[in-house]
Ligand binder design. Structure first.
Ligand code: C5P
Length: 225
């Protein structure tokens, strides 16, 4: 039988991870966070002392030796592994990685390398995948596509309360500036920029509680499955 994919794309801190995770739980589907894959690779790049801004070709060179993938955990859980080791939140969700990840993600070879791995997850079964180019590039034929956004202020406030993801002494203004910078890079890069797929359903989560976002999407998917 045909396996449906559900894609969620949107800017930083738009609430799409929580929404995607909740939706997957609701639908008994797998959940793949592709941002964490770009972050995992970025943590490797930084640990090797490569400067993504000035040495993008060095990133391309190390790709053949790297292994970043989701492996099955308990039930439907997928665990991110970096070269055979379980990825730690402190590694992938750090402010240092967040500050550089968009530079790594704009390297065309990096995108090719990760998109291939992301497409393989579709073999698992019903899947909810979130990122920036899932509805446009990774699964352009997906049956259900959502584009999740929220106002810049709401996004900064949400990010500020996510422990470990912001620097000491961060303020709403500083976090908003960091998010805006990343979105700017993600939306204006040459290869697979962040944008809504033409057939995506747009969901503004600024004034919607998470539970409502999840049930709204679940209703749409259940009707179409
Ligand atoms: O979703 P998250 O904010 O964790 O993603 C981190 C970064 O990874 C994004 O800012 C973007 O540069 C990159 N990314 C991407 N394509 C995806 C997912 C994430 O370029 N599908």
């Amino acid at each position: 039988a045909e396996i449906a994919q559900i894609t969620l794309d949107g800017p930083a801190a738009s609430g799409k991870s929580s929404a995607a995770q909740g939706l997957a739980k609701e639908l008994n589907a797998y959940f793949v966070n592709t941002g964490d894959m770009y972050r995992a690779l970025t943590s490797v790049v930084l640990s090797k002392g490569i400067d993504p801004e000035t040495q993008p070709e060095e990133i391309e060179k190390i790709l053949p030796e790297q292994d970043i993938r989701y492996v099955s955990g308990e039930g439907l859980e997928l665990l991110l592994q970096i070269n055979g080791q379980l990825a730690q939140a402190s590694q992938v969700r750090s402010p240092e990685v967040a500050a550089k990840v968009s530079l790594v993600a704009k390297v065309p070879a990096v995108r090719q390398w990760l998109v291939k791995r992301q497409r393989q997850s579709a073999e698992l079964g019903l899947i909810v995948m979130e990122g920036r180019d899932i509805g446009t590039v990774v699964f352009p034929e997906a049956k259900f596509k959502f584009y999740v956004s929220a106002s810049p202020l709401v996004r900064a406030q949400r990010r500020l309360v996510q422990e470990g993801e912001v620097s000491e002494g961060a303020t709403v203004e500083k976090v908003a500036a960091e998010i805006a910078k990343r979105d700017e890079m993600d939306m204006n890069r040459a290869v697979s920029p962040l944008k809504p797929a033409e057939d995506a359903i747009k969901v503004d989560t600024s004034d919607l509680p998470l539970e409502e976002v999840i049930s709204l999407m679940a209703t749409i998917v259940r009707k179409g499955l």
